[in-house]
Ligand binder design. Structure first.
Ligand code: PLP
Length: 450
C-alpha cells in the first residue's frame, strides 16, 4: 500500500491514544514500517533516531537478535496458554528471574499486560488484603495516598490515584477517593516559599496526611525518584526512604510504580534500590519485554499473599485476571531482555549515558528559554519557559514543546513533549555517540522553535 493511501486509512479508522485527532490528521505523522537498532524507518523511507524508546519501553533496541530468537523459539512451542487452571514454562522461569533481581522479600509475581493494570492490580490487592485481614471493629480502608501530579495509568483505579488534571479531571465523578501528597520537586513551588522552605513543608505535609488518614489508607502509591509523566519531576534524595519509614510505621502497604523508572532507567535495575527500600508491591511493565510485547508484573510479599492463601470455601482468592495474563511469547521476550542486561552490561551503559547527558545538558544552563533541566539516569525533562527569571510559561496556544518535537522530527529524531517539557528517554542500551546525536538535534530544535 502506498503511503498516501495508508495515511488516509489511518485518518479514517485509527483512533490514536491521548490524541486530539483533528490536529493529528492535519499534521500527518510518520507511519513506521520497520526498525533496526535505535532507529525507526517510515513508509516513505525516512529514518529516525528513537529518542524516547518508543514511549519509554524499548531497552536494547529494535530487532535485537537474542530477543527475536527467543520469541521465535517460543512460537515454535506455543504462543499462548492460560494461567487460569494451567501453568506455563516461560511464566514460571520469568517469575523466578524477577524474584532474584527485585528487592529482597518480593516473592510473588502476578502478571498482566500494561502499566495501568500492574498498578490497578496492586490497588485491588491492597484493598482486598485489608478486607481479608479486617476484624469486625476495624473501619474499611477505601482511601489511597498518592503524589500530586502522579501518573499511574488510565484504568479507572489508576486514574483515581493520578493527579494530572489534563488527563484525569474529566473522569473526576467516576473516581474513588485519594489523598494527594505535595510533590517535593521545588521548581513549581508557590512563590512564598524558598526551596528549602518548600521541601520542609512537603516533609511536614507527608507526615501529617499519613498520620491523619492512616486508619483508612489501603496503600500509598508512588513513582520512586522520578514522576515521569508529570514532566520528569524529581524527588530529593531520602524522600522515598522517608515514605517507606512512615508507611511501615503506620501499617500502610507501599506500592512502588516502577513502570517508567524500572528496568535500568535511573541507573539501577529498580529505582527503589537507590534508597534501599523494599516496597510491599513493585509494579513493572514497559521495558520488561525490552519494548517488544505487552506484559506487566505486580510483585508482592509473602505477607500480602498470606491473606489470600486459604481454602476454596473461604473465597479469599484474588478475583482478578486477564485472558492474556502471563502470555508465553511476552514472557520469553522478557527473559531474553533480562539476560541481555547481564551479557551486555546494560546498567553500566546507563551510567555512561547519564555521564554524557550531564555533560551535554550543561550546555542549556544559561539558555533564556530553559527554565529547568531535570535529569536522572537516561530520563530527561527540559522545561521550556517564556521567561527564565519569572518562570512564566509560553501561551498554551503556542504548544512550544510540541513545536520543538516537530522540528526535531524533521531532522530525523523522535522525541515527545509533556506540555512544555521536552522529554528525552533514550533506551538504556543506546550507545553514547547516539546520545550526542540526540542532544545535537534537540538543542538545535529548541533554538529554532522558541
Ligand atoms: N505508571 C507509570 C509511572 C507510567 O509512566 C505509565 C505510563 O506512562 C503507566 C503507569 C501506565 O502504563 P501503560 O501505558 O502501559 O498502561
Amino acid at each position: 500500500m502506498q503511503s498516501e493511501e495508508l495515511r488516509s486509512l489511518d485518518n479514517e479508522h485509527v483512533w490514536h491514544p491521548f490524541t486530539q485527532m483533528r490536529a493529528h490528521r492535519e499534521e500527518g505523522v510518520p507511519i513506521i514500517e520497520s526498525g533496526e537498532g535505535f532507529f525507526l524507518t517510515d513508509v516513505d523511507g525516512k529514518t529516525y533516531l528513537d529518542g524516547v524508546s518508543s514511549l519509554w519501553c524499548n531497552v536494547h533496541g529494535h530487532r535485537v537478535p537474542a530477543i527475536d530468537q527467543a520469541i521465535r523459539d517460543q512460537l515454535d512451542k506455543v504462543a499462548h496458554s492460560t494461567l487460569l487452571g494451567l501453568a506455563s514454562v516461560p511464566s514460571i522461569e520469568l517469575a523466578e528471574d524477577l524474584v532474584k533481581r527485585a528487592p529482597e522479600g518480593l516473592t510473588k509475581v502476578f502478571y498482566s499486560d500494561s502499566g495501568s493494570t500492574a498498578v490497578e492490580i496492586a490497588l485491588k490487592m491492597a484493598f482486598q488484603y485489608h478486607a481479608q485481614k479486617a476484624t469486625p471493629d476495624t473501619q474499611p480502608r477505601t482511601l489511597f495516598a498518592c503524589m500530586q501530579h502522579a501518573y499511574h495509568g488510565d484504568t479507572i483505579g489508576s486514574v483515581s490515584v493520578g493527579g494530572i488534571s489534563i488527563f484525569h479531571q474529566i473522569f473526576g465523578q467516576l473516581l474513588f477517593e485519594s489523598v494527594q501528597i505535595p510533590c517535593p520537586s521545588a521548581y513549581h513551588r508557590p512563590t512564598e516559599y524558598t526551596k528549602a522552605g518548600y521541601l520542609e513543608f512537603c516533609e511536614q505535609e507527608l507526615e501529617r496526611l499519613i498520620v491523619e488518614n492512616h486508619e483508612r489508607l489501603a496503600a500509598f502509591v508512588i513513582e520512586p525518584l522520578v514522576q515521569g509523566a508529570a514532566g520528569m519531576l524529581m524527588h530529593p534524595p531520602g524522600y522515598l526512604k522517608r515514605v517507606r519509614e512512615l508507611t511501615a510505621r503506620y501499617g500502610i502497604p507501599l506500592i512502588a510504580d516502577e513502570v517508567a523508572v524500572g528496568l535500568g532507567r535511573t541507573g539501577t535495575m529498580f529505582a527503589c534500590e537507590q534508597e534501599d527500600v523494599t516496597p510491599d508491591f513493585l509494579c513493572l511493565a514497559k521495558g520488561i519485554t525490552g519494548g517488544y510485547l505487552p506484559l506487566a508484573a505486580t510483585m508482592t510479599t509473602d505477607e500480602i499473599f498470606s491473606a489470600f492463601d486459604a481454602e476454596p470455601d473461604e473465597y479469599k482468592a484474588f478475583y482478578h485476571g486477564h485472558t492474556y495474563t502471563g502470555n508465553s511469547l511476552a514472557c520469553a521476550a522478557a527473559l531474553a531482555t533480562l539476560e541481555l542486561f547481564d551479557s551486555e552490561q546494560t546498567l553500566d551503559n546507563v551510567k555512561q549515558i547519564a555521564e554524557v547527558l550531564t555533560q551535554r545538558l550543561a550546555e542549556l544552563k544559561d539558555h533564556p528559554h530553559v527554565g529547568e533541566v531535570r535529569h536522572k539516569g537516561s530520563m530527561v525533562g527540559i522545561e521550556l519557559v517564556a521567561d527564565r527569571e519569572t518562570k512564566a510559561a509560553f501561551p498554551a496556544s503556542k504548544r512550544m514543546g510540541h513545536q520543538v518535537t516537530l522540528v526535531a522530527r524533521k531532522q530525523g529524531v523522535i522525541v515527545r513533549p509533556l506540555g512544555d517539557v521536552v522529554v528525552l528517554m533514550p533506551a538504556p542500551g543506546m550507545p553514547a555517540e547516539l546520545i550526542h546525536q540526540l542532544c545535537d538535534v534537540v538543542f538545535a530544535a529548541i533554538d529554532e522553535a522558541v
